[in-house]
Design a protein around this ligand. Structure first.
Ligand code: NAP
Length: 279
């Protein structure tokens, strides 16, 4: 029987602990520690994600501030907003919702987030440090995946992990975290020759490409762990897990697997950022 890596339940459990940590912070700080989220433009999915993040802050008593900017915002305007948040002591974490409109230099803006407030782990410096196995904030989705696997005692050491997708916010940072956990990691992308063969060799398969059920169930070997980070129209993941549920050892449901752990990891790192102010 495959283990269901239930991110919804796991994140609920952690939120109880987070509530106590917020109470302690409130008694020690003369301001409400706050997560600031910047959203640029009108993307509906992004708006939904931002609302979910705000609600998670509210549930545990953390402050949340949303800065909504118009679609035609320039890089310079966005950099100035980020600078103001960097300078605001009540802001313990800054999240710039991805993607931003095309005219904006997203990398420049990610890198403008003060590393001490980069609780979504998108700054190049954070990525570099994490890749070197040093302490820095991790990208929230990859970190959520690793935390979820650890929660369910999934063995990573020595396992062959195949990550399908190499985006800067998901595939690449996840590959680094898996490497830090002593996995042997293969990163696949749209130019990979014979993806099926790569996936067939995986003990841990990660769908991180954003294409509904693209990874077929018969590519997945018996006993593999399936991590599906994809979230596509109709609440569908990147892996066609239905056809191999009886053969895999564990899998993340979509929805209710990776998604809740992303938000939970963002909140966790915001708490850690606030806690550094009282130590
Ligand atoms: P992205 O920036 O569009 O990157 C997609 C990646 O998939 C690219 O590296 C691309 O390769 C690769 N790819 C595309 N088609 C492929 C193919 N046919 N074979 C192999 N690789 C292929 O997407 P993203 O932002 O990483 O998001 C990916 C998925 O994760 C989406 O469904 C998104 O909604 C989901 N997501 C979920 C969460 C969460 O919290 N649950 C968070 C972030 C993202 P190239 O580099 O060669 O183009």
């Amino acid at each position: 029987m495959a283990v269901i890596l239930n991110g919804k339940e796991t994140s609920k459990k952690y939120e109880e602990e987070f509530k106590n940590r917020v109470e302690v912070l409130k008694s020690k700080l003369d301001f409400l520690p706050t997560l600031a989220t910047i959203i640029v433009g009108e993307d509906m999915a992004s708006k939904t994600y931002v609302n979910m993040k705000c609600r998670a802050c509210e549930r545990i008593g953390l402050g949340s501030k949303v800065v909504a900017l118009p679609e035609n915002t320039t890089t310079e305007e966005l950099l100035s907003v980020i600078q103001n948040l960097n300078n605001d002591k009540s802001i313990c974490g800054i999240l710039l919702q991805h993607p931003v409109p095309k005219q904006i230099n997203e990398r420049l803006c990610f890198d403008a987030i003060d590393i001490s407030k980069d609780v979504d782990g998108v700054n190049s410096m954070s990525f570099g440090l994490v890749s070197m196995g040093e302490d820095a904030y991790k990208c929230a989705t990859p970190y959520g995946i690793i935390r979820l696997m650890k929660e369910f005692n999934i063995e990573m050491k020595g396992k062959r992990a195949v990550v399908v997708g190499r985006s800067a916010i998901l595939g690449k940072p996840l590959a680094m975290l898996l490497l830090n956990e002593d996995c042997t990691v293969t990163i696949c992308h749209s130019k990979t020759v014979n993806l099926e063969e790569e996936v067939r060799g995986a003990d841990i398969v990660v769908g991180a490409l954003g294409k509904a059920k693209f990874i077929k169930s018969d590519w997945i070997k018996d006993g593999a762990v399936v991590i599906d980070a994809g979230y596509n129209e109709g609440n569908v993941g990147d892996v066609d897990v239905d056809g191999c549920m009886g053969r895999v050892s564990a899998y993340t449901p979509v929805p209710g697997g990776v998604g809740p752990m992303t938000i939970n990891s963002l909140i966790l790192q915001t708490l850690e950022s606030a806690e550094k102010l009282v130590k």
